[in-house]
Design a protein. Structure first.
Length: 359
């Protein structure tokens, strides 16, 4: 089977971490006997410089015709003063919209070697492995009516939290399916004690759950979840929630693990999934071979799991990352006493070596 992957490196450190991800993918190809067809496209500032638009039609067509999209990062000071609709970041919204990506998956996994990098006590965070499934295209960020309007005494600003049955069903399905690839526990987070939209959310998630009897479902109010994430994060496997609650909780969960450079993400919806690290193009460190490539490499592991169901291969990557860290290899952002600080390329090569050693 040939798997077609659109490779969109983008800007800044995106161009430095993507080659490391490709190196890992090529190793997987050799070790496990697969064939990945990698097709490069322009996106973000790089595309603006070349053809004066952040998401050229060629790139969008390439993404649509691929099985999965690997994205580095977009943006940078060079393009900051362009009008909003011409900025590099518009490419992300365009890709999400045209690929129908309504589910954002953000894992927060603690690598044992890095427990000291967290602001929480090691015994609280050691071993956490959480997946936040956030609804991405509905809820209060898109609901209507919205606006700011005059009142006799001043102004009023308003937004609408709205979810349809269909929107809740499809995100719940993503969460239950993801749980089947993990520890089979879903916590659905809402505010059903106050919001009608949450009341419907809870009811529909419970109905969808009937089709997944092998997965355990728990419900939790969002305020309690925010507290439980710092009190006892190990109780969670998959968290599924609305756009706004997910925006907040996924950042909270990410910070449990320490560095922004370590974390991958997946956006799913139609047949094409998109995979990218959670960080941006980091212009402050771009071009210096010091960016952490682990979030990008872990995004490859997510792609293998969710787009190609190659879980053995994904596990091999995760374990190679873990062993590389245990051997003391660190990029600057996660360096600590007694560790060996290496550059972006060296970190990528070290992870490839671990992959080969295990084969
Ligand atoms: P950022 O995530 O790029 O950087 C925040 C901080 O984290 C910086 O100090 C950076 O050096 C550090 N950092 C980020 N990734 C790192 C890595 N892999 N290794 C080591 N350190 C890392 O966020 P920002 O500075 O707010 O944004 C910079 C640009 O990226 C902006 O143009 C922004 O719009 C864009 N952006 C793009 C995406 C995306 O492409 N998905 C996401 C967020 C921001």
């Amino acid at each position: 089977m040939t798997m077609r992957i659109a490779v969109l490196s983008g800007d800044g450190i995106g161009r430095e971490i993507m080659p490391q991800a490709i190196g890992v993918l090529r190793e997987v190809e050799t070790i496990f006997g697969h064939h990945f067809e990698l097709l490069e496209g322009l996106v973000g500032g790089a595309a603006i410089d070349a053809v004066e638009e952040p998401l050229p039609k060629d790139t969008l067509d390439l993404a649509k015709q691929s099985d999965a999209v690997l994205l580095g990062a977009v943006g940078g000071p060079k393009w900051e003063n362009l009008p909003y609709h011409q900025r590099p970041e518009r490419a992300l919204l365009g890709l999400r919209e045209h690929l129908g990506l309504f589910a954002n998956l953000r894992p927060a996994r603690m690598y044992s070697a890095l427990v000291d990098a967290s602001t929480l006590k090691p015994e609280v965070v050691d071993g956490i492995d959480i997946l936040v499934v956030r609804e991405l295209t509905g809820g209060i960020y898109f609901g209507k009516p919205k606006g700011i309007e005059p009142t006799p005494t001043g102004q009023r600003g308003f937004n609408t939290e709205v979810y349809t049955t269909e929107e809740i069903v499809r995100i719940a399905e993503v969460a239950f399916e993801a749980a089947r690839k993990r520890r089979r526990l879903v916590t659905s987070v809402d505010k059903a004690n106050v919001l009608e939209s949450s009341e419907l959310w809870r009811r529909v998630v419970t109905e969808v759950h009937e089709r997944y009897p092998d997965v355990e479902l728990r419900h939790m109010y969002v305020d309690n979840c925010a507290m439980q994430l710092v009190r006892n994060p190990k109780q969670f496997d998959v968290i599924v929630t609305t756009n706004m609650f997910g925006d907040i909780l996924s950042d909270e969960a990410a910070m449990l693990t320490g560095s922004i450079g370590m974390l991958p993400s997946a956006s799913l919806g139609s047949s094409v999934g998109m995979y990218e690290p959670i960080h941006g193009s980091a212009p402050d460190i771009a071009g210096q071979n010091i960016a952490n490539p682990v979030g990008m490499i872990a995004s490859v592991a997510m792609m293998l799991t969710y787009s190609f169901d190659l879980r053995k291969e994904a596990d091999a990557i995760e374990q190679a990352i873990e062993r590389t860290l245990t051997r003391g290899y660190r990029t600057q952002d996660i360096a600590g006493p007694g560790t060996r600080v290496v550059g972006t390329r060296e970190m990528g090569e070290a992870i490839c070596r671990e992959l080969r050693a295990d084969a």
